[in-house]
Ligand binder design. Structure first.
Ligand code: PGA
Length: 250
């Protein structure tokens, strides 16, 4: 049985004060969460504060991006070792906003997945099609291309230490959620791709759904057999909404 994971992606939001309130709110509600792992991915500058507040709380934390380099002259970048130094368990890799606004290619994202997992972080490896690609009927080709970039270069083992997040780009921050059936179809397809390489990894890998997951649609999405949790943007900024989604995980 796969244990569900609900991870918050705060994106570029927050202040010292709002992060304090959000973390206290999440911690206060953790007693009501059942068998679901919970994590928050904070802007890098708030990671020390997040660590200080969440240590021992049962909530894990992570970053939103990392460098493909170990250290050195890379102004503005964050290394895997730095994230680990501040207790991060997870790091989001290849989010569609990084792919779009920072021109991250499939090859670069694959390098980041490998860098993260080699260092001992769990990459939350994001994939998903744009609206145009869905309308062209090429959703499966797109996610297959994004996944094979990792498998071809680093082997299926790289995915064995990862979490996959299927996030249809047209559903992110738009309020338009994929229907549970649409999402399940793609999740099952993703799992079948991994199964071709390793049935064992396919069976245990967590595949999260992301894209306007909210308290009112989370339970139905996560009730699908291949949807193992969620990557939550907007709704992760309000403790009560985030906790409601975590509870819906079971
Ligand atoms: P959203 O974002 O929940 O605001 O749609 C999800 C994500 O981008 O990870």
């Amino acid at each position: 049985m796969r244990k569900p994971l609900v991870a918050g992606n705060w994106k570029m939001n927050g202040s010292v004060g709002s992060v304090e309130a959000l973390l206290e709110g999440i911690k206060a509600g953790m007693g009501e969460i059942g068998n679901t792992s919970v994590a928050v991915c904070a802007p890098a500058i708030f990671i020390p504060q997040t660590q200080a507040r969440l240590q021992g709380s049962g909530v894990a934390w992570g970053g939103q991006d990392l460098s493909i380099h170990a250290a050195g002259a890379y102004t503005g970048e964050i290394a895997a070792a730095m994230l680990l130094d501040f207790g991060c368990k997870y790091v989001i890799v290849g989010h569609s906003e990084r792919r779009t606004y920072h021109a991250e290619s499939d090859a670069l994202v694959a390098d980041k997945v490998e860098m993260a997992r080699k260092a001992g972080l769990t990459p939350i490896f994001c994939i998903g099609e744009t609206l145009e690609e869905r309308e062209q009927g090429i959703t499966e080709q797109v996610v297959a291309r994004q996944i094979s970039a990792v498998i071809t270069k680093y082997g299926v083992e790289a995915l064995g230490d990862s979490v996959i997040a299927y996030e249809p780009v047209w559903a992110i921050g738009t309020g338009k959620t994929a229907t549970p059936e649409q999402a399940q179809d793609v999740h099952a397809f993703i799992r079948s791709l991994v199964a071709k390489e390793s049935p064992e990894i396919a069976d245990r890998i967590l595949i999260l759904y992301g894209g306007s997951m909210k308290p009112d649609n989370a339970a139905e999405l996560m009730s699908k057999p291949d949807i193992d949790g969620g990557l939550i943007g907007g709704a992760s900024l309000k403790a009560s909404d985030f906790l409601a989604i975590c509870k819906a995980g079971g």
